[in-house]
Design a protein. Structure first.
Length: 244
């Protein structure tokens, strides 16, 4: 038996909080009857409807994809370009990415059909660290790197402090490879941060998401997360630490 709002959240229809609101507003039916109480528990046999639409209850799945460049982080694309769910053709469940990586950025992306889990990981309050490796034009000096660490002013406000490491420098080509660890996930944030300090990104890859990395994977590879990894991510999002 599971709480009604959790079932709605898991189905990816709404966050748990929004699901509670829908219940209180009388928009949820169980076996044809409107339910307005929040504590109600339902089993697999119960028919749940939200706004007259039956809730599909799927087994939750959690995947990691090494997204190649030139792939859209969405479920479909109007222009017919390759999307991340194209790598999951065998899967009979509707999954969607947690957050996104730009078309021209490669790296680690999580996908799930668990709406509540996705909302939890994407919530700005929960500080999940993401590590990027960027190849940039020009060689940033100490002052510029300090700026990235402290925070730079973008059009949507100051960025939070970041961790910065110079991986390598090519003096002849005037390029540098920089590792940047951030906790935010604004649109094109890493690219905009480097642009702001005058070193546009030529190539970008997300290497790590929390404790997950791409070891042993090639672009286009997928793997299912273990139940322990899912549990750890959930704990990390809620409590902000690894102690599990």
């Amino acid at each position: 038996m599971e709480r009604l709002q959790k079932v709605i959240a898991h189905a990816g229809i709404a966050s748990r909080r929004k699901a509670e609101k829908l219940i209180l507003e009388g928009k949820v039916k169980v076996n044809g009857n409107v339910v307005r109480e929040l504590g109600v528990k339902v089993s697999d046999q119960d028919q749940v409807e939200v706004n007259g639409i039956p809730v599909e209850r799927e087994e939750p799945v959690y995947y990691m994809l090494y997204k190649p460049r030139g792939v859209i982080s969405s479920v479909k694309d109007e222009k017919g370009r390759k999307v991340v769910t194209d790598f999951f053709k065998e899967l009979d469940k509707r999954i969607y990415p947690i957050g996104r990586l730009d078309y021209d950025t490669s790296g680690l992306l999580l996908l799930t059909n668990d709406g509540e889990f996705a909302n939890l990981l994407m919530h700005p309050r929960y500080k999940i660290e993401k590590v990027y490796i960027a190849k940039v034009k020009g060689i940033p000096n100490k002052t510029e790197l300090k700026q990235l660490e402290k925070g730079v002013l973008l059009e949507d406000g100051m960025t939070l402090p970041a961790k910065v490491k110079v991986k390598s420098i090519d003096k002849r080509k005037k390029t540098a490879i920089i590792e940047l660890a951030i906790h935010e996930g604004r649109n094109r944030q890493v690219r905009r941060m480097f642009e702001k300090i005058g070193h546009p990104v030529m190539k970008l890859k997300r290497e790590k998401y929390a404790f997950l990395d791409l070891q042993g994977m090639n672009p286009g590879d997928i793997r299912e997360l273990t139940p322990h990894e899912v549990k750890q991510l959930r704990a990390l999002a809620q409590f902000g630490h690894h102690s599990l």
